[in-house]
Design a protein around this ligand. Structure first.
Ligand SMILES: Nc1ncnc2c1ncn2[C@@H]1O[C@H](COP(=O)(O)OP(=O)(O)O)[C@@H](O)[C@H]1O
Ligand SMILES: [Mg+2]
Length: 252
């Protein structure tokens, strides 16, 4: 067990996700790619953590592991105190369904479903009726500037609209852990700000955590902390302005 964690945690609510020496290699032998080489990171509860770094440094791999979409090869990880590696397959699937909202870089919308149906999937999986779920989906879509788009086919929408559908689907079931891969990449400045404010608001509870991978320097100021990745490790964590002022009105 490592005790000298290099990453400071100053969050009033403690640590939501704790990673120590987490490693992941894709492929074998001469084709092996060491995507993560020993990540040490504490992700605070009640906060928005951004993850930045050059293309290929392991950001998507890391967030896929902490969301339970991918397993690690080595190291330790707890998410809200739970080691996902010890869960049986069905328990892990249930945990993902209930606790995680994930915005994929490529959106991953289901083309056969309407926009509102795509967004309502997490609620239906939790047992909500389709009618009620679609109604909630349409309300959330309206707050993201997609009023009246619920019946559209997702692939008929622009990239920015599809991205907001993906965002709505990740938020609809109010997940404890929200993980976003470049959530503003297809949005203009005003929409990007609106979406990020919504995403950040979701972090403001002690049993929550939000992790956002981004290159978008227009939104860095919204971070409580920014973890910098390089070549498969987290080499630096900077606390943001928000976190320097824990007494500010934005904290719960
Ligand atoms: N499924 C995979 N199979 C093989 N290599 C992969 C796979 N996923 C990612 N990689 C490789 O792992 C490294 C890290 O990728 P990724 O986590 O996607 O980086 P980032 O999101 O920072 O761009 C890259 O070299 C990438 O090519
Ligand atoms: Mg990526």
């Amino acid at each position: 067990m490592q005790t000298a964690a290099p990453i400071p945690t100053a969050s009033p609510a403690g640590t939501a996700i704790r990673l120590r020496a987490v490693a992941k290699t894709f492929g074998k032998g001469e084709y092996a790619v060491r995507a993560l080489r020993g990540v040490d990171l504490d992700i605070p509860s009640g906060e928005l953590t951004m993850l930045v770094g050059p293309s290929g440094c392991g950001k998507t791999t890391l967030i896929s592991i902490l969301a339970g979409l991918l397993s690690r090869d080595a190291g330790e990880m707890t998410v809200f105190g739970q080691d996902l590696g010890t869960l049986r397959r069905d328990r892990l699937a249930a945990w993902r369904r209930d606790a995680v909202g994930f915005i994929f870089q490529q959106f991953n919308l289901v083309p056969q479903l309407s926009v509102a149906e795509n967004v309502s999937v997490p609620l239906v999986l939790k047992g909500e009726s389709v009618g009620a779920a679609v109604r909630q989906a349409n309300e959330l879509l309206a707050t993201l500037g997609l009023e009246g788009r619920g019946r559209s086919a997702p692939l008929k929408l622009s990239g920015g609209q599809q991205q907001r559908v993906a965002i709505a689907r990740a938020l609809i079931h109010d997940p404890r852990l929200l993980v976003c891969d470049e959530p503003t990449s297809a949005l203009d400045a005003e929409l990007g700000r609106r979406v990020m404010t919504l995403i950040r608001d979701r972090s403001r509870r002690p049993d929550r955590a939000v992790v956002v991978v981004t290159h978008d320097d227009r939104i860095f100021h919204l971070a409580d902390s920014i973890a910098h990745m390089n070549d498969g490790i987290v080499d630096r964590v900077a606390r943001g302005r928000q976190a320097d002022q824990p007494e500010s009105g934005e904290k719960p």
